[in-house]
Write a protein that binds this ligand. Structure first.
Ligand code: URA
Length: 246
């Protein structure tokens, strides 16, 4: 593939912009500046640098972000900074978006990608990818409240009860709730329906992936092949089952 097309695919601008960038001597491959935009290179696994910053060619990009509070998942945020502003600009340019959405005040594990099929697969309840939320409630969670969350609570937008997969106490007011759907404000509404109120919410796991304990809010890392296997390796069910779209 021509070098200018490789850079374009990775979010470094239009073909024309990438051509100019290369001609300006800003692109290196194997520590050697290449100023020919039409140089033919095999993209798979290509390591290159732009203005000295190392990159690797990725046909599709997958990222795990520790979403901080007061950020929006939308690509066109309205009231708060968008989560994509926490990533290098080329990731925005290549069309990355969040895999499902977390509320502005929710923190924790957020996946982002430019792979539409992946987004669909992770957010479809048919694939049964568990999402675990660490919930801090306003009042102590009684055993009856926790039980209600797994038995099922009725939310105001659907007649059928919604049941969590597990509700495990961490302390009096903190517990981990596992759900598979991704309905609007689902955890907050479930907890309200059980007679309590969410004070703060942090997503700590999606499938087999957990929020790294050493990753500060705003931190991120690439997800590699192995990570995607880890994601799918846990709690993934039969795609034939019914369920709501997330
Ligand atoms: N449930 C909520 O209520 N909010 C979130 O951000 C995610 C799940």
């Amino acid at each position: 593939m021509q070098l200018e097309r490789i850079l374009q695919s990775q979010g470094f601008g239009t073909r024309k912009e990438c051509r100019a960038l290369i001609r300006q001597g800003r692109c290196a491959v194997n520590a050697e500046i290449i100023d020919d935009p039409f140089a033919e290179l095999a993209p798979a696994g290509l390591a290159f640098a732009i203005d000295g910053e190392p990159w690797r060619y990725r046909e599709k990009a997958y990222v795990l972000l520790h979403k901080p509070a007061d950020t929006e998942c939308s690509r066109s945020p309205r009231g708060y900074p968008g989560v994509l502003s926490l990533l290098p600009r080329p990731l925005y340019e290549r069309g990355m978006q969040s895999v499902g959405r977390l509320d502005v005040d929710t923190t924790g594990l957020l996946l982002l990608t430019d792979d539409g099929a992946f987004i669909h697969a992770v957010t479809s309840p048919k694939r049964k990818v568990n999402k675990v939320y660490r919930v801090t409630a306003k009042h102590p969670m009684t055993p009856a409240m926790l039980q209600q969350l797994v038995d099922g609570v009725v939310l105001n937008d659907a007649p059928d009860p919604v049941a969590g997969i597990a509700a495990v106490p961490v302390s009096d007011t903190v517990f981990d709730l596992t759900i598979r759907e991704g309905r609007y404000h689902q955890v907050k509404r479930m907890v309200a329906a059980a007679g309590n109120r969410v004070e703060s919410l942090c997503r700590i796991a999606v499938g087999g992936l957990t929020l790294p304990t050493d990753m500060a809010p705003g931190g991120w890392r690439w997800l590699e092949e192995e990570d995607l296997k880890t994601l799918w390796g846990a709690n993934v069910g039969d795609p034939g089952d019914d369920g709501e779209e997330a």
